[in-house]
Design a protein around this ligand. Structure first.
Ligand code: MSP
Length: 655
């Protein structure tokens, strides 16, 4: 039974046809943080994540790879499991929608709704793309009713389908939301859901005959259950809806679903209507977060700007990444990821504020008190007063999933502790031999030690590993994540023997970093232009892209009007190219294949919408297209792409 301290938190289950990216990492890290926090508050926590493995996209992608859908999902779901290990995620369960424990619950719920007349047979009419074998919702159609994937015209299709009587439960759901203002957070999303509901909800088609890869409708196997109906049920199947009612009733309905803002209708409307029809209580809350962009741009595979969490962690460390994601933007808002912003946080918040507080304090305890935390009669101070209410402040922020506010409050405390050092000047007290100065020094050192002990606990849900490192340098046993906040008492650190101070975070020199970025870009550009160090002469196919992705690359006919050497580069030429409507400078790694005379006057194809990049001090505004042949890692031959008809006007678009 629930003791008022039961907390069940879920991430969306992720589609396995995508590689894990920052968006997936974000929700999962946020859920991990709240789980760890609640555990430290003494809650009984269950944290669920998993993968969404059915549907047309998986079927198509498996066919393209010559695999069965089952083989494909067995392989790809591992990427997510692996990422969660790398990100130190403390989930209690991982559900896959292809597992028998899930399939049987989906079928049982479908049957129950069918038996009670809330699922009925009808005809589904929609826009269908015959080559892609998929229905396209009106919201994602291209211009003139074309397929967003392949650009071909859509056909109106009709097929037999089962429908969920969603409309019947709408008034009850509106009433629920009117009484539970925090059932959708933040408020902007609550309002969005309310106005959507008030506009009316149609009965929902919940089966398909056009798709094979899905859970069969019980008793009518030519239909498979629609992937969203199937996926949403994971939140119930994972905790034993059918087989383990005791466990199910332990966690349900103390559930909070964390999702991105794009999928709230499924969670706050469809799922809730399904639950009402099934006679189950509704979740405590659905918390919707915003979307991440990169350097101000929408992320997409075609732009090659998707933030890869594996890469960020290997370059900057795990805890800085976790901290950045939760500190940088108010939860619920959109955020922008940039390496410079991440470095800013590492240098100022982590290395400077937190790192320095730890280092200075440990050095002083070592130098002035032989490494033993001193005793003092009364350790109450401005810091202890702040400590007393910080736990409450953090708690109220965490209960509202306001991670950035909670971290801001913790950093105010850390800054106050740093200021306390400057104000009390322990190095001066250490020089005075009178007992009152020595007593004051004890008071200062104990206060600083306690501030660090509490800070380690407060950051533990976000940065578990860093908290552990601080804990061990403070000479404390066990793990901070196992500590209960409510048992913290100021002053209990007396007598602890500290360990050696070690650097927590190294500062990153921004100038050096910028230089290394330029060098990296230059070598990438040179590789792309066919340098000698290219890997192997194997044909490697890139991931499939849609016609819309392809259309984002702008290529135009241009003429090379000037070619110059770049003194610092063995491989690059600086070219001036004429696009008819403007002239640009482009750096190209084709020096090994042509003399300047061979290039000047050539009509070529230029990619015109690449982000400008500085190479050897020259800004390059595009990329010349060339084909090359490489053998044993060496480019043997390179030819420029040229239009067959040289009279085509400069600036003409290639498509
Ligand atoms: N499979 C469904 C969810 C079913 S839950 C019953 C799904 N999967 S997903 O893999 O496409 O998306 C999962 C989550 O990633 C969504 O919450 C989505 O909002 C989030 N993100 C995808 N791109 C994102 C960003 N660029 N930024 C932040 N989150 C984003 O939808």
């Amino acid at each position: 039974m629930c003791n008022g301290k039961t907390f069940y938190i879920t991430t969306p289950i992720y589609y396995v046809n995508d590689i894990p990216h920052i968006g997936h990492a974000y929700t999962t890290i946020a859920c991990d943080t709240i789980s760890r926090y609640k555990r430290m508050k003494g809650y009984d926590v269950h944290f669920l994540t998993g993968t969404d493995e059915h549907g047309q996209k998986i079927q198509t992608s498996a066919e393209a790879k010559g695999k069965t859908p089952q083989e494909l999902v067995d392989e790809i779901h591992q990427n997510f499991k692996h990422l969660w290990e790398v990100l130190n995620i403390s989930n209690d369960d991982f559900i896959r929608t292809t597992e028998p424990r899930h399939i049987k619950v989906v079928q049982a719920m479908f049957k129950k709704l069918m038996d009670q007349g809330d699922i009925y047979k009808g005809t589904y009419t929609g826009y269908y793309c015959i080559p892609c074998e998929t229905y396209v919702p009106e919201s994602s159609m291209g211009e003139n009713k074309t397929c967003p994937e392949c650009g071909r015209p859509l056909t109106i299709m009709e097929e037999e389908s089962y429908f969920f009587r969603a409309s019947k439960y709408v008034p009850e759901l509106i009433k629920f939301y009117e009484a539970n203002l925090k059932a959708v957070m933040p408020r902007i999303r609550y309002n969005e859901i309310m106005s959507f509901l008030k506009g009316g909800v149609k009965d929902q088609s919940v089966s398909r005959t056009s798709i094979k890869w899905g859970i069969p409708v019980p008793g009518d196997e030519k239909h498979v259950i629609y992937v969203w109906f199937d996926a949403l049920i994971n939140y119930a199947s994972a905790i034993g809806y059918l087989d383990d009612p005791e466990n199910f009733n332990h966690w349900w309905p103390y559930v909070h679903h964390m999702v991105g803002k794009d999928i709230i209708r499924f969670h706050c409307v469809i799922w809730h209507l399904m639950l009402l029809a099934l006679g189950l209580s509704l979740p405590v809350s659905v918390i919707a977060h915003g979307w991440w962009t990169r350097d101000g741009d929408k992320m997409s595979k075609s732009k090659g700007n998707v933030v890869d969490p594996f890469k960020v962690v290997s370059e900057y460390g795990l805890d800085p990444f976790r901290y950045f994601l939760l500190r940088e933007v108010p939860f619920g808002n959109d955020g922008d990821f940039s390496e410079l912003a991440l470095i800013g946080r590492i240098n100022s918040d982590l290395a400077n504020d937190l790192g320095n507080l730890l280092n200075r304090t440990l050095q002083m305890i070592k130098n002035y008190r032989n490494g033993v935390v001193p005793e003092c009669k009364d350790s109450s101070s401005e810091l202890s007063t702040m400590a007393a209410n910080i736990l409450d402040r953090v708690d109220s922020f965490m209960n509202n999933f306001a991670f950035n506010e909670a971290l801001k409050a913790v950093w105010e405390f850390i800054s106050r502790a740093n200021k306390f050092i400057d104000e009390t000047m322990p190095w001066k007290l250490a020089k005075e031999s009178d007992s009152s100065s020595q007593e004051k020094l004890n008071f200062v050192l104990l206060n600083l030690y306690e501030a660090l002990r509490l800070s380690a606990l407060l950051i533990a849900p976000v940065m578990p590993d860093t908290a552990k490192r601080i804990w061990s340098q403070l000479g404390l046993e066990g793990e901070p994540v196992k500590f209960l906040y409510d048992s913290f008492k100021w002053g209990e650190g007396t007598g602890k023997i500290i360990n050696k101070a070690e650097i927590l975070f190294s500062r990153i020199d921004i100038k050096e970093w910028q230089k290394s970025q330029e060098a990296k870009k230059m070598s990438e550009q040179e590789l792309n232009s066919g340098s000698e160090s290219e890997a192997k002469p194997v044909i490697e196919h890139e991931a499939e892209i849609s016609i819309d992705d392809f259309k984002t690359v702008e290529m135009r006919v241009a003429k090379i009007t000037k070619c110059e050497e770049i003194p610092r580069s063995k491989k690059l030429y600086k070219l001036e190219v004429d696009l008819g409507y403007e002239t640009r400078t482009v750096c190209s790694g084709i020096k090994a294949f042509f003399t300047p005379e061979e290039l000047e006057g050539r009509v070529i194809i230029l990619v015109t919408n690449l982000k400008p990049v500085k190479l050897c001090g020259v800004e390059s505004n595009g990329m010349i297209l060339a084909a090359s042949v490489k053998k044993d890692g060496v480019s043997e031959q390179l030819t420029l792409l040229e239009p067959a008809d040289k009279n085509i006007p400069l600036g003409s678009r290639v498509s």
